[in-house]
Write a protein that binds this ligand. Structure first.
Ligand code: GTP
Ligand code: MG
Length: 316
């Protein structure tokens, strides 16, 4: 979106100096457009400036925001260059239209040992590769809710990918979240680290495990879904703001309502179903083989790819 009247940076807005601008950026409000849609009260609360001054800043931000219309073909051109992270399996990449996309949430669900975490590790390594070489040249924020992050495994995958294992590990920022509070806070406060470390992939492994165990019973479901909704909303907003990819793993349950076919259903209900841009259902097959089904995608047909989990990582 273009700006006018010489207002280009937050600092150009009335009443906003470098300190307040920095505060806003840290809180994820780095764009003029974002200030333009804030309420003066919100802005005042966040920055400590008076409501009156905040009103003026919001008004100026609104004025400075002009809507630009893009044609379908312009968007098509832009989408051709959109960042994709390779899964290291050509078949799976092809099914995904090139790999795991930035600015989107990709969810992998499946039973235990189906390869969800392994795919998360592979993406954490591949995201660091240069653009055009299967990566997006960025760092990774890995939120580990199950204590299954394995640096040894990253080391092997990094070697295979031709990366310096030490550097690859240094580029993965791991947060061990034992509670939903910590999981939520990690994401709420991610803006700073995302900008400072050039994070291009956020992994949440697993998205639902803590929510599921902390909010037991029917009575807690409403509260759980509310918290989950704002958690996922923040993830999507990080993806959009910084052009990064989000990969989440999810657990499954048997849906007794499905009488014919596979009753395996991801947990999290409609909120997760609607939020995930792309959904992958992973199944264990013989030995190293895993079947990955593309269940939901905005632009690719449903399909299946067979991958292998080998000592050096994922392959065809
Ligand atoms: P849950 O988190 O339990 O729901 O499962 P998950 O879907 O995350 O499974 P995960 O990705 O951890 O896959 C586990 C499987 O990957 C194991 O059963 C192994 O087959 C394989 N695997 C894990 N680590 C290694 C490894 O170091 N070498 C090899 N060759 N295979 C591994
Ligand atoms: Mg796992």
């Amino acid at each position: 979106m273009a700006k006018e009247k010489g207002i280009k940076e937050l600092e150009d807005l009335p009443g906003i100096g470098p300190t307040i601008a920095e505060k806003l950026k840290e809180a994820g409000y780095g764009d003029i457009e974002k200030i333009g849609v804030m309420s003066p009260h919100e802005l005042s609360e966040l920055t400590g400036m008076s409501v009156e001054a905040a009103k003026k800043a919001v008004e100026a931000a609104k004025q400075a925001t002009t809507l630009v219309y893009s044609t379908g073909s312009e968007i098509y051109e832009q989408r051709k260059n959109i960042g994709k992270i390779s899964t290291s399996s050509k078949d799976l990449d092809d099914m995904l239209g090139g790999g795991v996309e930035v600015k989107a949430i990709t969810e992998a669900y499946g039973r235990f040992a189906s390869g969800k975490t392994q795919l998360g590790f592979q993406l954490s390594v591949n995201a660091q590769l240069p653009v055009g070489k299967g990566g997006v040249d960025g760092a990774v924020l890995f939120v580990d809710t199950e204590g299954t992050f394995r640096p040894e495994r990253i080391e092997s995958l990094a070697k295979q990918a031709g990366l310096d294992p030490q550097k690859a590990l240094d580029n993965i920022l791991v947060v061990r979240a034992e509670t939903t509070e910590k999981q939520i806070l990690t994401v709420e406060r991610a803006d700073k680290v995302v900008r400072e470390k050039n994070v291009k992939l956020i992994v949440i492994d697993s998205l639902m495990a803590l929510f599921r165990s902390e909010f037991m019973g029917r009575g807690a479901l409403g509260e759980r879904q509310q918290k989950l909704n704002s958690h996922i909303h923040k993830l999507q907003s990080l993806a959009d703001t910084y052009g990064l990819a989000i990969y989440v793993t999810n657990q499954v349950m048997d849906n007794p309502a499905i009488l014919f076919g596979d009753p395996t259903t991801p947990v999290g209900g409609n909120i997760v179903a609607h939020a995930a841009t792309t959904r992958l259902y992973m199944r264990k097959s013989k030995e190293e083989k895993r079947i990955v089904r593309l269940v939901d995608s905005p632009n690719m047909p449903e399909g299946e790819a067979v991958i292998k989990i080998t000592p050096t990582g994922i392959s065809d």
